[in-house]
Structure formats: structure tokens, C-alpha cells
Design a protein around this ligand. Sequence first.
Ligand SMILES: CC(C)(COP(=O)(O)OP(=O)(O)OC[C@H]1O[C@@H](n2cnc3c(N)ncnc32)[C@H](O)[C@@H]1OP(=O)(O)O)[C@@H](O)C(=O)NCCC(=O)NCCS
Length: 170
Amino acid sequence: MLPADIASVLHVQSHSYLPDNIESEAVIRARLASAPDTAWVAEVNGAVCAYLVGYRSRLSQVGALGDGFEPAEAPDCLYLHDLAVGPQARGLGVGPLLVAHALSQARREGLAWAALVSVQGSQGFWRQRGFAASQQLHPDQALALASYAGGPACYMTQALLDVPVSCQTE
Ligand SMILES: CC(C)(COP(=O)(O)OP(=O)(O)OC[C@H]1O[C@@H](n2cnc3c(N)ncnc32)[C@H](O)[C@@H]1OP(=O)(O)O)[C@@H](O)C(=O)NCCC(=O)NCCS
């Protein structure tokens, strides 16, 4: 994602989220400035039709609606804050492609986890991408979870790296 994409990103956002979940242009611009290499767009016929933004974080931490991104100094987790696909591009596999790209970058960087807050009934989509609902949320993060509208928001995580298996003797 580049600053020039922001108008299209706002357009996609407005067609993807309930009014109470819409975030401001100012915060979206500030996030791009603070985490430019974990912000992606997808294009169809040269036009931005979808975006995914996140930042390097710590497991058990979530971002509240409207908060800026504060990348962690010693991250162990790629936190995916917002994925949206414009109505014309839905059902084409664009969302899954963006998620696969982000997870592959996180694995290359050695991040152990990916995490997100699922809203608007999207849990099934994220389960298909390997995420599972998690209780590993720090108790003081409950307020951040409650900032999202449109049904229960759910913290979901996925382990990205293979856990070493200890040698077994017979
Ligand atoms: C959810 C969203 C990102 C999916 O993107 P997409 O590119 O249209 O994804 P696809 O339709 O290609 O979906 C791939 C698979 O996920 C499934 N899926 C899509 N949306 C789903 C949902 N909300 N719940 C459960 N499964 C879903 C599809 O049925 C498809 O399954 P299949 O591979 O078995 O056929 C898109 O619908 C969207 O932007 N929604 C509004 C914003 C939103 O809710 N974002 C997520 C917030 S956490």
C-alpha cells in the first residue's frame, strides 16, 4: 500500500464495514506511515479492490478500533488489523491471497504467531485460513475487543512456526 492508494482503501472500507466500524482517513494514513511494509493492496484491472493492514506485535495484544499502530520492539506476532475486499471482488479468492502473502512474510521473518480480531461474523473465513479462537488475550485487552461493533468480536491466533519435536526413544 502506498499513500496514493488511501482514497481507494477508504472506498473499499466504506463498502465493507458497518458505520460504527469505519475508521478515519487520518488514522489509516498514520498507520501506513508507522508500518508501511505490513500494508498491502490487491488490484483487479489496475484498480485497488482490497487491502490488508497489520503490524508486528506481541501475542495477547489487540488493537482497538481507531487506535494507531505501535509496532513492538521485540515482536513475536503479526497482528492483522483489517482485511477488506470490495463487493465487486468478493468470492474471487483475493482475501485468501492477501492473507497467505502476509503469513508467508511473517514466517520468513521468524514471527511465531499471527493474530487478529474477527468481526462481522468472519470467524469461518479465518478458521479456513488456519486461525482458531483463543483465550490468550491479556485481561486488560478486553476493552479493546469491546470497541468493535457488529456482534461479538473474537480474538483468533495461529502458530506460524513448526514446534521442534523432541527425540523419542523406544
Ligand atoms: C471476509 C472477506 C475478507 C472475504 O474475502 P473474499 O476475497 O471475498 O474471500 P472469498 O469469498 O474468496 O472466500 C474464501 C473462502 O472463505 C469463505 N468466506 C468468505 N467470507 C466468509 C465469512 N464471512 N464467513 C465464513 N466464510 C467466509 C468463502 O465461502 C470461501 O470459502 P471456499 O474457499 O470454501 O469457497 C470479505 O468478504 C470482506 O471484506 N468482508 C467485509 C469485511 C470483513 O468482514 N473483514 C474481516 C474482518 S475481521
